[in-house]
Design a protein around this ligand. Structure first.
Ligand SMILES: Nc1ncnc2c1ncn2[C@@H]1O[C@H](COP(=O)(O)OP(=O)(O)OP(=O)(O)O)[C@@H](O)[C@H]1O
Ligand SMILES: [Mg+2]
Length: 491
């Protein structure tokens, strides 16, 4: 099956060329013949008339037919390309010089003769050939009068039988054949040239097709296949297509990679979270079992202690489940943001008040700088409070006694920079890139595995993205950390 674009092009071009060559051959032949007939008929247009006028036999009408036949014979010896006939006024052939079996027609049609006499400019005009029923020939004709009476016509066929047979052999002539061979050869050469050009033009399409197949077979893993180099500039559409295809395949490959990574992260997250949920649940189950089995034997203090342990685990479980829900809700993209303008100072002091006791118990100084900030921001107050709460909660946990936690407010162009700065343990450089990932706990948090799931910063990061104020971190191990938000100032 010939299916490729090049094969189809080649077949159509060869086919069209064959038709074209045939038409050209036929048309040039018929054009040459037409002009030859025209020229010859024009050249001999008055032949019959001159003969009629010059021959004493025809001048005053025809009386002596055998003499006329003799005259015709002599003339045909002198001019073998002509055949002479004398016709009566109805077109019937009366006199000719040939063997009778050669003459097939009894009469010829007078219409072309009259037309030639009346409109000699419309040559070539073809008349009946007396020697053949089907053939038409160019001719010269003249009416013969006796006084006023039409006696008949002198009808001269130009290019008679002898001429035709000589012309047919001349057509086989070597030189003529040479010319035809030249023209044919040029056609073949042109055809080959076109086929080569088509092959050149279609070769990038074949390369592109190979690229596409290779990428498809490699499941869009572009690193596994060696793709063609496509020209970076220029207007060649196939090269542009090739470039776009390679870019598209690379993007698909990247996205597939991203999807696989996301899938892996999700599966790991699920496994870790199940483990986090199971730990307090197992503890609760153990204590509840003891309570139910040994209820009578336990002292009031013991019972109270077990119950408060169960309560603590319930609280922890609730906190964890709330956080998981919150993160899932934030990630499904359906969260609405209710922005409003409000004074930042008030919110910060409210948050400080919430943590004052805890800070005091660790002898940590907790303050806002400048203490009375006047700026107003335009953002979602509940989400901002949630982020700051998470940050301060982390800071309090990772700042040793007598440390300092400051909420710094600083105008920056049309933004307001709000940072939570602590003098705590700081975060190791190798951890910094991951602390916003869900369930990531840095090396400084190993001791508190059970109480903290590592979801706080992931939630805060997602919330900050919703507020268009990306949360960033700077930290130095042993010196402290700084978490920063850029908020839109209210106008
Ligand atoms: N201010 C800080 N100083 C030092 N380390 C910090 C600070 N804030 C966060 N980290 C580190 O980043 C990790 C991730 O913090 P994140 O708030 O996400 O989790 P978490 O506080 O451990 O748990 P959760 O917030 O779910 O209770 C923490 O485990 C801690 O190691
Ligand atoms: Mg936290």
């Amino acid at each position: 099956m010939m299916n490729s674009l090049y094969q189809r092009l080649a077949i159509s071009v060869t086919f069209s060329f064959a038709i074209l060559a045939y038409l050209f051959y036929w048309w040039s032949g018929s054009l040459a013949q037409h002009s030859q007939f025209q020229a010859e008929q024009k050249l001999h247009l008055n032949l019959a008339e001159h003969l009629a006028q010059d021959s004493p036999l025809l001048q005053d009408g025809v009386y002596d037919k055998p003499a006329l036949k003799n005259l015709f014979h002599t003339l045909m010896v002198l001019g073998p390309a002509f055949e002479f006939y004398f016709l009566d006024p109805s077109g019937k052939i009366l006199t000719y010089s040939a063997k009778p079996d050669k003459i097939k027609r009894q009469s010829v049609d007078l219409a072309p003769i009259n037309r030639l006499i009346a409109q000699p400019e419309s040559i070539p005009i073809f008349g009946d050939d007396p020697r053949n029923f089907d053939r038409k020939k160019i001719f010269s004709a003249s009416p013969i009068y006796k006084g006023e009476n039409l006696q008949g016509y002198l009808y001269v066929i130009i290019g008679g039988e002898i001429y035709d047979s000589i012309y047919a052999t001349a057509k086989q002539d070597q030189r003529l054949m040479g010319h035809i061979a030249w023209i044919g050869g040029s056609f073949v050469l042109l055809l080959l040239l076109l086929l080569a050009l088509f092959r050149g033009f279609t070769s990038p399409i074949r390369r592109l097709e190979r690229d596409i197949n290779a990428v498809r077979n490699a499941n869009f893993d572009t690193e596994k296949v060696q793709l063609n180099q496509w020209q970076a500039s220029g207007h060649n559409e196939v090269h542009q297509l090739g470039r776009h295809f390679v870019a598209m395949a690379e993007q698909i490959n990247q996205q597939i990679g991203q999807l696989k990574r996301n899938d892996k992260i999700r599966r790991e997250l699920l496994a870790h979270l199940s483990h986090d949920l199971r730990t307090p649940l197992a503890a609760m189950k153990g204590y509840v079992e003891i309570l139910s089995l040994k209820n009578e034997k336990l002292s009031v203090e013991e019972r109270q202690q077990y119950i408060s342990t169960v309560m603590r685990n319930v609280e922890q479980l609730k906190l964890l489940i709330d956080q998981i829900f919150e993160l899932a809700h934030l990630e499904d993209g359906q969260v609405s943001v209710n922005n409003e303008a409000f004074p930042i100072g008030e919110l910060l002091h409210d948050i400080l008040a919430k943590f004052a006791l805890k800070a005091q118990s660790k002898s940590i100084t907790l303050n806002v700088q400048p203490e009375f900030c006047q700026q107003a921001v335009f953002t979602d107050i509940a989400k901002l409070e949630r982020i700051l709460t998470n940050l301060i909660e982390n800071a309090l946990r990772h700042t040793p006694e007598n440390g300092k936690i400051t909420i710094l407010v600083e105008p920056l162009d049309d933004k307001l920079k709000v940072s939570v700065v602590d003098t705590g343990t700081g975060i190791h450089q190798k951890d910094l890139a991951y602390i916003f990932d869900a369930r990531y706990r840095a090396s400084n948090a190993k001791g508190e595995k059970n109480q903290h799931a590592g979801l706080g910063l992931a939630i805060s990061k997602r919330l900050s993205q919703l507020l268009n104020s990306d949360l960033s971190v700077k930290s130095e191990l042993g010196h402290g950390s700084e978490f920063t938000l850029l908020l839109a100032q209210a106008r």
